[in-house]
Design a protein around this ligand. Sequence first.
Ligand code: OGA
Ligand code: NI
Length: 341
Amino acid sequence: MDKLLSSRFNHESLPGDYIFPPELRPGDLKIPFSSSISVIDLSEAQNGDRTNTIQKIIKASQEFGFFQVINHGISENAMNEVRSVFKELFEMPEEEKQKLCSNDPSKKCKMFTSSVNYATEKVHLWRDNFRHPCHPLEQWQHLWPENPSRYRECVGSFSVEVKMLASRILSLISEGLGLECGYFEKGLTESVFLSINHYPPCPEPSLALGITKHSDPNLITILLQDHVCGLQVFKDGNWIAVEPIPNAFVINIGYQLQVISNGKLISAEHRAVTNSHDTRTSAAFFVAPSDECIIEPAEALTDEHHPPIYKAFNYKDFNSHYFAKYGNTDIVLKSFEVQKG
Ligand code: OGA
Ligand code: NI
């Protein structure tokens, strides 16, 4: 495996194998933040304005597939702690990080640079990544890194809080869609996978990418953005930037929620761009179904006037298909659509 970006010093010029073809390059990096991506105050849902909060969440999920949440109940202190542990992780000495690095596809807890397809991909991503499952905690925590020394405890308690936040948001979504209470409680949210992205300053940000255009394969993603901007959403043919808001989480709808809602909610395409000044570290908690879970449009949302758009499938099969077609966002869901006529 190639050396981690975070262990290579003096990124003076961008190596040729990081330059994307012109049609994929980010180009203009100064696109304005979009105020159209809703910022939803979750405390309002508790203070009697549940219906209004639900409406805002559903509207944002229909139009953008993205929204941000504030006053979500996870303390500022916990967020600062976990952010600093993630930064520390990538700032550890090379030998320490090498212990976590692996090319083994079956290994669930690992660090690598660019993507798991480093050896075969045409262009590399300007990022290092560390990922592992988080839930159930007892099953995975002992496989997490021993260093930084507070990693296990700090990330462990944070991931439990994130899972609870995801449940709260999903219960508002299920109510908004008209699904039975607890619809997302069991198999659909059995897995929580953490993926930490570390994007060092890049010498040529307009030619490189941190993550290429994709939609998330899971049910819903809870993203802890950095204070540094870099996340962009593709909306009506244009890229819009998601403003970093202190202590907010960015929430995005994954393909599974698009299928279950029978296309009512959308799983928007997004990417991460880099910049030449600041290191950016983001952490995505992917809430996902268990492998054997059967995914299909919810019965309550289909009838003879609203026939299911998607066929039933097994989440594991979807995932293999997703990774085989990675980045080809137009065709990922096509194989799971009901043929018309
Ligand atoms: C992802 C992702 C965006 C970011 O990890 O799937 O879209 O801002 N990350 O790092
Ligand atoms: Ni994503």
